[in-house]
Design a protein around this ligand. Structure first.
Ligand code: BMA
Length: 343
């Protein structure tokens, strides 16, 4: 794989280093990621004294990939949409980065036209493109995103590189930036405009840009909204189990194969940027469904979604039904947690 050029033509050296690190992961296996893993878990929330994670509570090691979401930063709020204070988020990112973790950020942005949430699908994309009625609103929101991203510095004042995954699952109908709430052309224009504003206008140069559709069956479907080789650094895919394990395994296999084929053709690293079975109701889900399907497929990571409460969680907490299998899974040499990622 080559790393000669990145979407942001002025990307900092640490972004190139991040890409290389990601590319190397698949030589050893794939990394384990978890959304908000140190921010909260089932029955606890982060405070100044406690640095932990449900993953850590079950296996004694942390994930190698750390997902965070900056939804609500566009309003200059103190907390994100899931009540994580942005100041604490910065601290947690710094710590994860210092320990060798990879940081990835998504953005559940509110609808700039209706001011509803991400799931409020009033037509917005065409109005926030340059020349549109809400371009200025969007630009102001993005400036807040830029300010936050430029706050992410390590202890030496170096900007922390981030795998940035804006406007994800655009081929689903649930977000205002998704088809059919915007056309593929509109989506591509939004991507280019966002990249341009962040990098040129706001001088944010610590981002690796990740394109991540939801469930697909073909390469054409995967590429429907693809904004172009020169403006995407990494390929992602989001996929959740809603039905039986057997059916999901089949879908997952097809999706990973599509992702792998596209990524090999385009010569880009690839990951399952969101995945999971809410409440992990199958005791051997980790070994028999996830690992059995994704091992040796060249993916860089799998990122499990957040552990909000007993009613909404994607990794086990102590004594949860799948905790034992999760331990077995975590001990496999090709499944990489924080300790395995240390160089
Ligand atoms: C969704 C759910 C929501 C959450 C959102 C952003 O998948 O987990 O509860 O607010 O992600 O994290």
């Amino acid at each position: 794989m080559t790393t000669l050029r990145l979407a942001d033509t002025e990307a900092l050296p640490q972004v190139f280093a991040l890409k290389q690190k990601i590319e190397k992961l698949s030589d050893k296996g794939y990394a384990f990621g978890h959304q908000d893993t140190t921010s909260y878990g089932v029955g606890w929330r982060h405070d100044q004294d406690a640095y932990t994670s449900d993953v850590y509570k079950v296996i004694g090691d942390f994930p190698l990939v750390y997902g965070f979401d900056i939804g609500q930063i566009e309003h200059g709020k103190d907390k994100n949409l899931d009540d994580v204070p942005f100041d604490a988020m910065c601290t947690l990112m710094r710590k994860a980065h210092k320990e060798g973790g990879i940081i990835t950020i998504s953005w559940h942005a509110d609808n700039p036209v209706s001011k509803g949430d991400s799931w409020e699908t009033t037509i917005a994309v065409k109005h926030i493109l340059e020349g549109g009625s809400h371009f200025q609103v969007y630009k102001e929101w993005l400036k807040k995103v830029a300010d936050f991203l430029l706050r992410l510095k390590d202890e030496n004042g170096m900007l922390i590189p981030v795998a940035f995954r804006p406007f994800h699952e655009m081929n689903g109908a649930w977000f205002w930036w998704g088809n059919p709430n915007c056309s593929p052309e509109g989506y591509k224009a939004l991507w280019l405009q966002t990249l341009q504003l962040l990098s040129v206008e706001f001088e944010v140069h610590n981002l690796l840009y990740v394109y991540a559709p939801n469930l697909v069956f073909t390469e054409a479907e995967y590429l429907l909204n693809y904004p172009g080789d020169h403006v995407v650094d990494m390929l992602g895919l989001d996929l959740y189990q809603h039905g039986t394990g057997k059916a999901f395994k089949k879908t997952l296999k097809t999706n990973v194969e599509v992702l792998k084929r596209v990524a090999e053709t385009l010569k880009k690293p690839y990951a399952l940027t969101e995945i999971g079975l809410d409440k992990v109701s199958e005791s051997r889900w980790w070994s028999t469904i996830l690992d059995d399907t994704v091992a040796e497929m060249g993916i860089a990571w799998v990122l499990l979604w957040r552990n909000d409460s007993e009613n909404h969680f994607f990794v086990p907490y102590p004594d949860q039904l799948s905790a034992n299998d999760f331990k077995t899974f975590s001990q496999k040499a090709h499944v990489l947690f924080l300790d395995d990622g240390k160089v």
